[in-house]
Structures are given as C-alpha cells and as structure tokens.
Design a binder for this molecule. Structure first.
Ligand code: UDP
Ligand code: MG
Length: 325
C-alpha cells in the first residue's frame, strides 16, 4: 500500500450511480492540478442501484479511489462517520456525491487550511435548483437552532467542509449515535473559517432529503442533541398555567362568597380547561419521549454501522467491525 495521502475526500453515496464517474473525473482533475496527494473515499450507504459496482470499477481504474459498502442504509451522518473512521489524510474534505458542492472549491479550502485554519466550511451564497419549500424550511430551521442551542452553527452552512486531522480525531472520539455533524464540528472549536461558494444544482439523480419525512427527524436530532430548551418548555408552561389558574381559583372563591348570586356556569369552561391541560401534558410527555428514546439508543450501544465490503483498505478495525471508537 502506498504511503498516506495528504488529503482525504469523504463522500457518502446513496443511489448515485449516475454521478460517481463524473465526480471522480472532476475530483481528480482538480486535485492533480494542485499537486496534492489524495484519496477519495466513497461510502456506499446501502444503495439500491449499481453504486457499489461503480465504486468497485472506479477503484480498479484508480487505486486512489477507495470504497466502503454498508450492509444496509444507515443514513447520511453515519456514512460520513465511517468515512472519517477510514480516512488517512492530514485533512479531510466532506462533500456530497452529486457535485452540488463543486470540487473546484477544494483548492481554496486547502489554502486556508495551509494558512492554519482547522475547519474551513463552505457557505452557500446561492442555492440553485432547490424548491422554495426547502429553502424556506432550511432558513427557519437554522434560525431556530441558532436561538435554542449554545453552539454557534454558522448560517447557510451544510456539511461541505475541510477538517484538520485533530478535528477529525476529536469527532471520532464522540461515541454518540445521534450524530448531527453540523453541530459537532462547531462544538469542537479550534480555528474555523467559512468561505463562500455557489451551491450548484444536482448533477443527476434526485435529492434524498427533499421531503418532510426526512427533514423532520433530522431537525429533531439536531435539536435534541444540542438543546434542553424543549424539555424546559414544559416547566415554563407548567408554571405559567399554575399561576394563571391559581389566580382564577381565587377569583372564583371571591365571586362565590361576595358576589351576586349568579351560579358560575362552568360545564363548558371546565371541559375546555381539562382538555387544554391534557393536551399540554401529552405534548410534554412526547418531548420527554423524544429524549428518552435517544437515550435508549445510546445506552444500547449497538455498532454505528456494519460493513459489507471494502475496496482499497487493508484489514483494519473500525467501529463497524464491533470495536468501539
Ligand atoms: N446520502 C447518504 N445516505 C442517505 C441519504 C443520502 O449517504 O440515506 C448521501 C447522498 O448520496 C449524497 C448526500 O448524502 O451524497 C446528500 O444527499 P442529497 O444530495 O440527496 O441531499 P441534498 O443535497 O438534496 O440535501
Ligand atoms: Mg445534494
């Protein structure tokens, strides 16, 4: 096996057979032009198309292309984690397979890294080919995260970034299952800087994160892993309601004792109040449940992923093979 490359490029792959050859072409063109040694790690996250075959083929042609195939779909965050586990470079660049994050930006990131920055993240100046719904919800989501968490997640930033070895190692030492990388990376600290770029439209294939069904769990993971605010909301709400109803009780007593003899007609009011409180309690329980479920997942301590096949790696331990990082 050749010696360690300087730059590792980690790309999660889920049903991307159409884009992989083009990705390889553009990455090699860019990386060879700046004369860095590099490896491209393609993590096949249980694709249903021919992505695995394409990865094997690319590895045949160019041994700088390496591959990992999961036993099934484990999701984007886990695929990236596996890539980080296997990367040998002094710096690791994370990128989408679909060329939305243009490889032509890599050299600029590498320059910043050479200047001494530990994390260089891409900030989207514009996003082409995205629905207004996605743009709107993304904006809302980032503003919300900004308000309720302690870490500063930079605005308009996705997962496209370069990380120094020490940041990668720090992240590899975070054992959590619930991996919201966009939060973990700022959490690490060190010297971080953003560079602007134009987010392109997808080269081919379709987005896996367009729908509410993918976005909602993602948002919940992000919030629960970095904020207790939802849990505290139950407390605040409880106090508020207790104070208001305390005052109401007083008012009722006073009216009963000293007021005119109109009986308080209360059936409807009582019902509404009880139902309202019931609703609030169920919501609070649900919030606790969101956290509890995640705690349960962590406690079970299952491996983060299972590897089916590897291309270009010597046998080595990984969290997929049962060893805990
Ligand atoms: N991806 C993955 N596992 C999944 C879903 C997506 O590895 O379960 C990969 C996908 O192949 C792509 C990246 O994650 O390289 C981002 O996905 P996509 O481009 O569909 O998301 P978008 O850019 O539209 O947010
Ligand atoms: Mg994409």
């Amino acid at each position: 096996m050749s010696k360690k490359p300087t730059i590792s490029i980690v790309v999660p792959v889920y049903n991307e057979e159409l884009v992989l050859p083009e990705l390889h072409r553009r990455v090699s063109a860019v990386m060879d032009s700046i004369g860095e040694t590099w490896e491209l790690i393609l993590v096949n996250d249980g694709s249903r198309d021919r992505s695995a075959e394409v990865i094997a083929q690319l590895h045949e042609q160019d041994e700088r292309v390496k591959g990992i195939s999961f036993s099934r779909n484990f999701g984007f965050q886990i695929a990236v984690t596996a890539g980080l586990d296997h990367a040998l470079g002094q710096a690791v660049i994370l990128s989408d397979a679909d060329l939305q994050d243009p490889p032509e930006v890599f050299p600029e990131m590498i320059i910043k890294w050479r200047e001494g920055y530990d994390v260089v993240y891409g900030q989207r100046k514009s996003r082409r080919g995205e629905t207004w719904f996605k743009l709107f919800t993304a904006k809302l989501f980032y503003r919300l995260i900004y308000r309720i968490t302690d870490i500063d997640i930079p605005l308009d930033t996705g997962d496209f970034r370069l990380m120094d070895r020490r940041v990668v190692d720090a992240i590899r030492h975070m054992p959590e299952r619930n991996r919201f990388l966009r939060g973990l990376v700022p959490w690490v600290g060190y010297k971080q800087i953003g560079i602007e770029y134009e987010r392109q439209a997808r080269f081919a294939g379709e987005s896996k994160f367009g729908g509410v069904r993918q976005m909602l769990p993602f948002a919940l993971d992000a919030i629960t892993s970095f904020s207790y605010v939802p849990l505290q909301m139950a407390t605040y709400l409880g106090f508020t309601i207790a104070v208001i109803s305390g005052l109401a009780i007083l008012a009722v007593v006073v009216i009963r004792l000293f007021g005119p003899h109109t009986p308080l007609e209360g059936q409807g009011t009582t019902l509404v109040a009880v139902l309202f409180l019931g609703g609030v309690q169920l919501i609070s329980l649900g919030i606790i449940g969101e956290y509890l479920g995640r705690i349960y997942d962590e406690v079970k301590g299952r491996p983060l992923y299972l590897v089916d096949q590897r291309w270009g790696f010597e046998e080595q331990g990984s969290r997929g093979a049962g060893e805990q990082g």
